[in-house]
Design a protein around this ligand. Structure first.
Ligand code: ADP
Length: 189
């Protein structure tokens, strides 16, 4: 099973990605988590990307693609994986296509998690209070939403045209959203 979960900042992708990965027995590969782990460990990559994450911008395609390529080459990703936070740009879509083609694989489903904007800002501000993420201030949240709309929302259409897309309402109890995602993914797979 090779899955992508797409959705705006605050849609609950990370939470659902972990639950879906457990359900399907595949690793969840979250680019945001990998960047944040590198930042907290002070690796050269972390030093390079810290300011970008704090400002709400996207890390360059070159850096991000190389990081994902390394991660997907690990043994645990051989039977499948769930990508959370990647691809985020058209260039990343093309790179992912190339990586999969080299392995003789293809994506099975792209799940889009939809949530309305007002709900999202509230959730992110709550997360700022509990998780202490430095990119969860109101200004940076707005910037991340704008960049998502400009750079990442167009990916929904790309995957819809490929008949890979399922859209699922991200509002409601965490477990209910997971059930909806599993039902939609299984219906498509
Ligand atoms: P959210 O979905 O809430 O914005 P993420 O944890 O997915 O949070 O991403 C946090 C940050 O990590 C992004 O704002 C961006 O700076 C960086 N990032 C994550 N994935 C990518 C990617 N595929 N391309 C470029 N930057 C990325």
């Amino acid at each position: 099973m090779r899955l992508v979960i797409l959705g705006p900042p605050g849609a609950g992708k990370g939470t659902q990605a972990a639950r879906l990965a457990a359900h399907y027995g595949i690793p969840a590969v979250s680019t945001g988590d990998i960047f944040r782990a590198n930042i907290s460990e002070g690796t050269p990559l972390g030093v390079q990307v810290k300011e970008i994450l704090d400002s709400g911008g996207y890390v360059s395609d070159e850096i991000t693609n190389a990081m994902v390529r390394d991660r997907l080459a690990q043994d645990d990703a051989e039977p499948g994986f769930l990508l959370d936070g990647y691809p985020r740009t058209k260039a990343q879509v093309e790179e992912l296509d190339a990586m999969l083609a080299e392995q003789g694989h293809a994506l099975d489903v792209v799940a889009e998690l939809t949530v309305d904007r007002d709900e999202i800002v509230g959730r992110l501000l709550k997360r700022a209070a509990t998780d202490g993420r430095t990119d969860d201030t109101e200004d940076v949240i707005r910037k991340r939403q704008q960049i998502y709309a400009d750079e990442t929302a167009p990916l929904v259409e790309i995957y819809r045209e490929r008949a890979l897309l399922v859209a699922v309402d991200g509002l409601g109890e965490v477990a209910d959203v997971t059930d909806r995602l599993v039902a939609a993914i299984d219906a498509r797979h």
